[in-house]
Design a protein around this ligand. Structure first.
Ligand code: GLN
Length: 307
């Protein structure tokens, strides 16, 4: 199937509305000044066909979409026990940066896609690679995307300068003995992963293993993760990937998704394709407002859904 006309139509219909509703993330200047009129979409099929429309080739701050890739990196190298003894697999039903459950649940985050969970994953990655953790993440992302991927240093620095809640979450987990490494080192890694800069097309490529039973997006014969691990990541995306809107995403879109406050969303159609959208204005749950609408439209038009 040629998806290009559909992506063109989605851009034609939705791009004129970009910036009319919702608001860009304002907690750091580098995100607050992004023009909310950007709108991009891109996809890559399991067989390697690509389509992109609008700003699909423009890099943006992937923010929490990075949680998908750090989880993948951790799953590649850690035993199930080592990873899941410290992190749950249940939807939180709370905002992504909420502190409330951590206390009653003794410092064990609900899932790897809320901030606390991603910080716990970051602790594991720092344990794997030490000082090289950030460069290993860049190498992994570049290997997946098939071209060099970098951090936006301004975003990384302002994440650190304003990361009061993330410091609170990390210190809280540390107080429960649930982080092995020091808070500053773990958060330095976490703030950099949030600052990865990628386009929708690069994201659709990089996430390609999720629609290929774990096989590398373009290297024949290379498994990024096992088939079972790829299924599990998709299951977590469906139940937890869009925070307290995960139920609505499953209801309206019916695909595993992972969002970020930079306005990006990655969606997976298992055994078919990966799709990424970018529109910076967010709704109240921190998910891209028009990005969500674009995914809904795509699912309606193609009839693609996991259900
Ligand atoms: N940098 C943001 C934070 O740590 C990422 C949140 C997100 O994209 N949902 O809160």
């Amino acid at each position: 199937m040629d998806f290009q006309p559909l992506l063109d139509e989605i851009v034609h219909r939705l791009a004129p509305e970009a910036g009319r509703e919702g608001a860009v993330a304002r907690y750091i200047p580098a995100l607050a000044r992004i023009d909310p009129r950007h709108f991009g979409i891109a996809l890559r099929t399991g067989a390697g066909e690509e389509a992109t429309a609008g700003d699909g080739g423009v890099r943006f701050s992937i923010q929490s979409i990075s949680k998908l890739f750090t989880l993948t990196l951790a799953m590649r190298h850690l035993s199930e026990d080592a990873l899941w003894s410290r992190i749950g697999r249940e939807p939180s039903g709370n905002p992504f940066n909420s502190l409330v459950q951590l206390e009653s649940e003794h410092g064990k985050p609900r899932n790897p896609f809320i901030n606390a969970g991603a910080i716990a994953v970051a602790d594991r990655i720092v344990g794997l690679y030490g000082r090289d953790a950030k460069s290993e993440l860049l190498a992994f992302m570049s290997h997946l995307a098939g071209e060099p991927i970098g951090f936006d240093p301004e975003v990384a620095a302002s994440e650190a300068a304003t990361g009061y809640r993330n410091y609170a979450l990390a210190n809280f987990m540390k107080s429960f003995g649930k982080l092995d490494h020091d808070v500053d080192t773990v958060l330095d890694f976490y703030f950099h992963q949030c600052a990865l800069s990628m386009s929708a097309l690069q994201l659709a490529r990089a996430a390609g293993y999720l629609c290929r039973d774990g096989a590398h997006p373009c290297n024949p014969g290379e498994q990024v993760v096992t088939e079972r691990q790829a299924r599990r990541i998709n299951a977590l995306m469906l139940t937890c990937g869009t925070y307290d809107a995960a139920g609505d995403f499953a209801f309206h879109i019916g695909l595993p998704c992972k969002s970020g406050v930079g306005g990006g969303i990655v969606a997976v159609v298992p055994d078919r394709l990966t799709l990424a959208v970018w529109s910076p204005a967010l709704d109240a749950t921190g998910n891209s407002l028009l990005g969500t609408r674009a995914l809904e439209l795509f699912a309606q038009r193609t009839g693609l859904s996991i259900f």
